[in-house]
Design a protein around this ligand. Structure first.
Ligand code: PRX
Length: 705
């Protein structure tokens, strides 16, 4: 493709080492094998799935996934590539997602818990919601959305809520009507929520008055007011704000309601008590939801997921990789505000009639034994969490798991690479060497897992995600589009050669960016209708071992993975630039033993401005306001100038090397090489470079810039 690929990793970066140039050395880890007891009960034990999903059977192999769902109308075409790369799956088929996650289970599992909700406040009792009760609540909420808000199929709704059962109820109510939901992570600021309201064109915002976080009740309604104001300032009028109440009897917020705009959901529900709303039969390729995520530009992108393809894919991933049966008690400790929560707290597990556990608060509140107490009490047998949570729980309470009667049969990790050391603690101390662990690699864009071991079939290898999922055909390319073969110990840009049902449909409102960002780098014929011409660029550096296991090194673009959450450096930099004193800003990742990566900010001030702590504090505050506390930088460093290329590009890689005590390499081609040593002394002191990390270490976690 001829146009400039502004979102794709840039080629003009004179000093960048390409992934392919870095030989990655790591110790081969030993294999661990699933135990017979697990294999004996597993959903997927037949290794012929690999053959069934091999390229010669593509795309029809994915019928097997779609057949896990209940269709109102069976599809006619499995994959339509006529408008590549806007793939359409299961064309002609019709179904409803809320019907598949709720109604269809009523006959057999109506009296079984669908959701077990755990408050952060340990004195509050656990709330159990059966499928029958979930059905009633989803219907009543759907009636509110349809009859009170006037929402209809194809409208967008922004949901900014904490981890409470009312969140999946609201999502499923949207899905019942074919209304597209856009859930914004509850920890994001009002401004960040407002920007997403504008981009999605939502007329309705659904929020909550407050929630528990680290033992305190947070006033969340404030964020709704800020969001609406921000949206209005940018030309989008929010007509109605629906506020759920955290406590029935009292308001958790002191922020007043705005007359005629804000409505308490419980009061609206009273008027629709007992309402039943027929699920709208949606085309398989109708959008189900938007999930905003960070990319290489300052503006988060609305990743659009489909109805039939997405639900088929996450249902299959939940069944075959997480080994979910209807009788299991399954707990994914993520937040529903991220893709993991959408796919693996709500849609996948509920489509399989599992009992899904939701926890409101911080895993280490009030102590590092909390998750294990929850697991013991609720008899959780499948557990899903992130390496950051594992590292944190291990650090704060290495022996805590031993105090509880844990009986996990399988456990999952997601979001970041996991070090073998943390993996072994998870396996031995949490899993009692009985549980199969799957390290699942995927992205917001992919709907569900792309790589993972099949828990009853493949041995586990700490630190490697595993082989590709059935029907996923990865390839590693170097910068020039040449394949780096498996077993060559060179890393490159991982791509998936084929589309799959869970793949995003487009970027909401920006199809060109979608094509450019994911296909711009390796597609050679933009008119091709053959899927083989459209390798999908994941945005991670990776390599494939001799055994076919894939090791993910981290992002190759301007994305920092903080505690398993994606933050765009450009987003953080634009937040810094809202501070009037700041002339230039550069954000780099620093290696952190618990959170994987944390952002560090470099700023250069406008002429005549004094460098003092007050400016640095303003920058931190601006980041918290524009994005949220999750993006808070470790340090804000005020420097005399940024290291720049002759074309004026800030060399973030040099700054990242300094922040991480690494060699900054050859800087002779810079426009201002002298500033580099000045910054190094400012950050590391006057002594010689204390080399803490080597290029392999930083590559393990990504970032090249
Ligand atoms: O760098 C990869 C990392 O998380 C990124 C995707 O982030 P997000 O879209 O927020 O989705 C997170 C949950 C799916 C990827 O580009 N990542 C995700 N899973 C793994 C991982 N890195 C290594 N190992 C994993 N298992």
């Amino acid at each position: 493709m001829a146009e400039a690929h502004t979102d794709a990793p840039s080629k003009d970066d004179e000093m960048r080492l390409t992934e392919a140039e870095i030989a990655v050395h790591w110790k081969e880890e030993e294999y661990f094998h699933p135990i017979p007891k697990f294999i004996g009960q597993a959903n997927l034990t037949d290794p012929s799935i690999v053959e069934r999903f091999s390229e010669k059977n593509f795309p029809e192999c994915f019928r097997e996934y779609a057949d896990l769902l209940s269709w109102d109308k069976y599809w006619t075409t499995t994959l339509d590539s006529s408008n590549a790369p806007f793939w359409k799956w299961f064309v002609g088929g019709k179904l409803n997602v809320s019907y598949n996650c709720v109604d269809r289970h009523l006959e057999k599992y109506g009296n079984k818990a669908a959701i077990l909700w755990v408050s952060e406040d340990e004195s509050e009792p656990v709330v159990a919601i059966t499928f029958q009760e979930l059905y009633a609540r989803v219907n009543e909420m759907a009636a509110v959305l349809r009859d009170f808000c006037g929402l209809k199929t194809g409208d967008r709704v922004t949901i900014h809520m904490p981890m409470v059962p009312e969140l999946p109820v609201t999502m499923l109510a949207c899905a019942r009507l074919g209304v597209i939901h856009s859930v914004v992570f509850g920890g994001f600021s009002g401004e960040a929520c407002g920007a997403r309201i504008v981009d999605s064109g939502s007329r309705v915002l659904i929020s909550m008055d407050g929630y528990y976080r680290s033992g305190k009740v947070i006033d969340h309604k404030v964020a709704a007011d800020i969001a609406v104001k921000k949206a209005e300032a940018e030309g989008t009028k929010v007509e109605k704000v629906l506020i759920w109440r955290r406590f029935r009897e009292k308001s958790a917020s002191s922020t007043p309601l705005v007359e005629g705009r804000d409505f308490i959901v419980d009061e609206l529900l009273k008027k629709h008590a007992g309402a039943r709303v027929a699920p709208v039969s949606m085309p398989a390729e109708a959008p189900l939801f938007l999930m905003y995520t960070s990319g290489s530009t300052g503006k988060p992108k609305g990743v659009q997921h489909s109805t039939g393809g997405y639900l088929s894919y996450v249902t299959a991933a939940s069944k075959f990789i997480q080994d979910i049966h209807p009788t299991d008690i399954y707990w994914c400790m993520a937040d529903i505000g991220w893709i993991t929560g959408h796919s693996f707290i709500v849609y996948g597990p509920l489509a399989l009639a599992a009992t899904t556990v939701m926890y409101e608060g911080v895993p280490t509140h009030p102590d590092a034994g909390r998750p294990w107490r929850i697991a013991e009490r609720l008899n959780v047998n499948i557990f899903h969490t992130s390496p950051t949570a594992i590292r944190m729980l291990r650090k704060l309470g290495p022996d805590e798991p031993k105090k509880y009667n844990l009986r996990f049969k399988c456990m999952t990790t997601v979001g970041e690479p996991i070090e073998p050391e943390a993996w072994l603690w998870y396996y031995r101390t949490v899993g009692r060497s009985q549980a199969s662990i799957t390290d699942t690699w995927w992205l917001t864009e992919t709907g569900g897992f792309l790589c993972s071991t099949k828990p009853a079939i493949d041995p586990m290898k700490p630190g490697s995600t595993g082989p590709p999922m059935p029907g996923i055909y990865p390839i590693i390319f170097d910068e020039n589009g040449k394949e780096i073969p498996p077993g060559s110990s060179k890393a490159g840009n991982i791509c998936i050669r084929n589309p799959w049902p869970g793949i995003m449909q487009t970027i909401w409102g920006d199809p060109e960016r979608f094509v450019r960002q994911y296909y711009g780098k390796y597609n050679k014929d933009k008119n091709s209708k053959d899927w083989r011409d459209w390798p999908w660029l994941a945005g991670d550096g990776a390599l494939i071992g001799k055994d076919g296991y894939i090791r993910i090194l981290g992002r190759i673009d301007d994305v920092i993975n903080v505690a398993g959450h994606r933050l765009g450096t450009k987003e953080l930099e634009s937040a810094c630039l809202t501070v009037p004193e700041v002339a230039e800003a550069a954000v780099v990742p620093i290696v952190d033993p618990e959170r994987g990566r944390v952002p560090e900010v470099y700023i250069a001030l406008k002429p005549g401005i004094k460098a003092d702590q007050a400016v640095a504090d303003k920058v931190t505050k601006a980041i918290e306001t524009e994005i949220g506390k999750i993006a808070r930088p470790r340090t804000v460093r005020i420097v005399p100038d940024m290291p720049k290329t002759r074309s004026g590009k800030i060399m973030r890689r040099v700054l990242a090397s300094i922040s991480n005590s690494m060699d900054y390499g050859d800087i002779t081609t810079l426009a201002n090489p002298e500033v580099v040593e000045q910054i190094r002394v400012q950050v590391q002191g006057a002594g010689p470079v204390e080399k803490k990390a080597g290029p392999e270490d930083i590559r393990r976690f990504g970032e090249t810039t």
